[in-house]
Design a binder for this molecule. Structure first.
Ligand SMILES: Nc1nc2c(ncn2[C@@H]2O[C@H](COP(=O)(O)OP(=O)(O)OP(=O)(O)O)[C@@H](O)[C@H]2O)c(=O)[nH]1
Length: 369
């Protein structure tokens, strides 16, 4: 029993890889499941047809069975690009031809057309709404032509006119219901994707300043660190803290303090180059990441940022004030890890504070030594 269960699990997961997105993985699993159902049912029906000496029906059913199996087999071939697309085309093509054949011949005692109702869900699942509607419209047109053709004996069996009209109406109704279902499924899927992107963004951004938060910045740091290592480029971090920010909160209130943080974030962003990243590292502390920048050039940039802040008039309601910042800079190199560089920047920031604030440390003379 366990062996059958494992075989089934392996079968439906053939072709599924961790690198694929959820939707592709789902499509592959369903394609495998559908192929399993398809080849086993058509194989059983083909065997039954042989038993009844209905060889043309048996031949078609056994061919269909082989094609259904091939839609699973494509996942085993390594070099095929997007096998799930080939598999779903094989499944759909096989199913559509089989349905036309069953209507054309009537299948066993004219019960063949009853299988047609599995088409709408399968077509919409594999083709999506728009292509599904086109496919089913073409199919309905074809079977309407076959069923109501003025040419005598175009079909191998004759169906009562009541059966033909109700058969077509019921198929159209089922198709319409599945189209509506597919439409709402797609809408929900888009909503979920949008929400998940929004949550992803929120998890990496600070809601007050809209800058990357510590978590978002750590990801940038790791990415840029690896890149800098590969390309042997310089990279510098700058830790910046607003001077005497507590006084702003104490004198004008927390709300004004929040507005000042938002405004200073925009000043930082406007002073930076495209590849630089500034994040809210915590409270009134901001961490800058400057790729392809050595400590000397970072000092020039730090001074530009510091002077911009010092000359900016920050205002909220009837409060207008100036702020200054202190900055510690540190280069990340092959021998210095991100954590070590941030700790060193923090150390220089502390030196900038104790040396009187509104300054960058280490100073340029120190850097050029
Ligand atoms: N309004 C507001 N204040 C914050 C926020 N996060 C941290 N703070 C405040 O920032 C202040 C930081 O104060 P301190 O660490 O004493 O430093 P400081 O007053 O800036 O003085 P120095 O850093 O020594 O120049 C505290 O009053 C915190 O409450 C925030 O999100 N909004």
């Amino acid at each position: 029993m366990m062996a059958i269960k494992q075989w089934f699990i392996d079968y439906i997961h053939t072709g599924v890889h961790a690198q694929q997105d959820d939707e592709t993985r789902r499509q592959i699993t369903v394609a495998n499941l559908f192929s399993l159902l398809g080849w086993s049912i058509t194989l059983a029906m083909g065997a039954a047809a042989i038993w009844r000496y209905n060889y043309p029906l048996a031949a078609i059913l056994l061919t269909a069975s082989a094609l259904f199996y091939s839609s699973h087999f494509v996942f085993k071939i390594k070099r095929i690009h997007s096998p799930h697309k080939i598999s779903s085309k094989l499944l759909l093509g096989c199913l559509l031809v089989l349905m036309v054949f069953l209507i054309f011949t009537g299948g066993h005692q004219k019960t063949g057309p009853l299988w047609i109702y599995i088409l709408p869900p399968v077509v919409f699942f594999f083709s999506g709404l728009r292509r599904g509607v086109y496919l089913l419209s073409g199919f309905v047109l074809l079977i309407a032509l076959l069923l109501f053709s003025p040419l005598e004996n175009i079909l191998l069996v004759s169906y009562a006119i009541e059966f033909k009209t109700r058969f077509l109406y019921s198929f159209l109704t089922v198709s319409l219901l599945f189209a509506l279902y597919e439409y709402s499924r797609q809408q929900s899927y888009r909503d979920i994707q949008r929400l998940s992107q929004e949550f992803e963004r929120q998890a990496r951004h600070d809601p007050l300043t809209d800058l990357p938060n510590r978590r978002g910045m750590v990801e940038h740091l790791e990415y840029e660190f690896e890149r800098a290592k590969r390309s042997r480029q310089d990279m510098t971090v700058m830790l910046c803290d607003i001077d005497f920010f507590k006084r702003i909160n104490d004198n004008y209130g927390h709300d004004t303090g929040d507005h000042m943080l938002q405004q200073i974030a925009r000043v930082f962003e406007n002073a930076l180059r495209g590849q630089d990243i500034v994040s809210r590292w915590g409270g009134e502390e901001f961490l800058f990441l400057l790729p392809e920048t050595n400590a000397h050039d970072a000092f020039i940039l730090a001074e530009k940022v510091r002077k911009r802040v010092a000359s900016h008039l920050f205002s909220h309601q009837n409060v207008q004030l100036n702020m200054t910042i202190s900055i510690g800079i540190s280069e990340v190199s092959q021998s210095v890890t991100i954590d070590q560089a941030i700790n060193l920047a923090d150390h220089f920031l502390y030196q900038a504070k104790t040396a009187g604030r509104n300054r960058t440390m280490p100073c340029s003379e120190h850097l050029s030594q």
